[in-house]
Design a protein around this ligand. Structure first.
Ligand code: CA
Ligand code: ZN
Length: 316
């Protein structure tokens, strides 16, 4: 159950968007489900990545077709957003539901060769605590696996990640974080889903704790400024992303280039000093790289917020 304090904040939102409004792709062709103004607060309800299909021991290892995974609630049209802008999405709160599931399946994940058949484990989530079994419990750290805007050209499904965001699977996209998304179409057309009650770097078995829930966001715009890929800002750092198809080395290079680009264009670093600063203070890591599998992998470069680079963008 949502705590009273959190419930009040959700009830006070300017808009509510139910999960009945969802697509399995990001596209400028999807009609907006909601139109909002910069500064407004939106309560977004999300499905779990299986759209509620996994509920009990009998259906827990059910194969779900790719086209029915990761329903993303949206799209939300943000008035005034134009190509070349950056959409700012502040995650004010994430409230996962009471029960989630993680699954393994053959051919997906670093340890898949060690397990013989599909397997699922349900988790209870209550008062900020996740319970896996009698022995294992830990604090929840809710996050959004999927968040993005309409991509520049073609329609992109909700399983891959890309410049538009999508299935970024960055576990830093949680409560209190701000996500900066490059706008390619009027209104940006923001959608989100694939909530996890918890997910580690890499998401090695192919899932986090997949769970439905409620998200409270505030949207804003950064005019005529942006990056190639989304950027996440937390209380202590900012994090760039790189995405590549089955090529984590390439994804890592892009994440580094994105971070260096911001240090140079926004904070006046030379490329040499950006290179060295990122080596001595930046943390290069993996957001998601489920191997073996097919599809995109996502790297992240975490840059500490210090006086010389206190935000991703130098916006005063
Ligand atoms: Ca995901
Ligand atoms: Zn997921």
């Amino acid at each position: 159950m949502m705590q009273e304090r959190n419930k009040k904040a959700f009830d006070a939102a300017d808009h509510y968007l139910s999960r009945d409004n969802h697509f399995f792709s990001f596209s400028s062709k999807h009609p907006p489900a909601l139109t909002v103004s910069p500064g407004e607060i939106i309560h977004v309800q999300t499905w779990d990545c299986y759209k509620g299909a996994i509920t009990n021991a009998e259906n827990a290892i059910l194969a779900i077709p790719d086209g029915e995974i990761n329903p993303a609630t949206g799209p939300i049209f943000v008035s005034g957003a134009e190509p070349g802008d950056t959409l700012i999405v502040k995650i004010l709160d994430i409230q996962p539901g009471p029960r989630g599931v993680a699954r393994t399946y053959p051919g997906s994940g670093q340890l898949s060769h060690l397990v013989e058949k599909p397997y699922a484990r349900f988790f209870d989530v209550k008062d900020g605590l996740v319970t896996m079994n009698e022995k294992v419990s830990f604090p929840s750290s809710p996050m959004l696996g999927v968040i993005g805007v309409a991509p520049e050209t073609e329609e992109i499904g909700t399983i891959p990640a890309g410049r538009h965001g999508g299935n970024l699977d960055n576990n830093m996209n949680g409560i209190g974080s701000t996500i900066y998304l490059p706008v390619k179409h009027p209104g940006a057309l923001l959608s989100m889903g694939d909530m996890h009650a918890s997910m580690g770097d890499g998401e090695i078995c192919g899932t986090g704790i997949e769970i439905a829930g409620d998200v409270l966001i505030q949207v804003d715009l950064l005019k005529a400024k942006g990056t190639d890929y989304p950027v996440t800002e937390t209380a202590s750092s900012w994090i760039t992303h790189g995405v590549a198809n089955e090529d984590i080395a390439r994804a890592m290079q892009i994440a580094c280039e994105e971070a260096a680009g911001l240090l140079v264009t926004q904070w006046g670093f030379t490329i040499e000093d950006a290179f060295i600063f990122l080596s001595v203070q930046g943390n290069l890591g993996v957001a998601q790289a489920v191997h073996p599998s097919t599809g995109t992998v996502i790297a992240k470069m975490t840059v500490p917020k210090i006086a010389a680079c206190p935000k991703p963008f130098n916006i005063g």
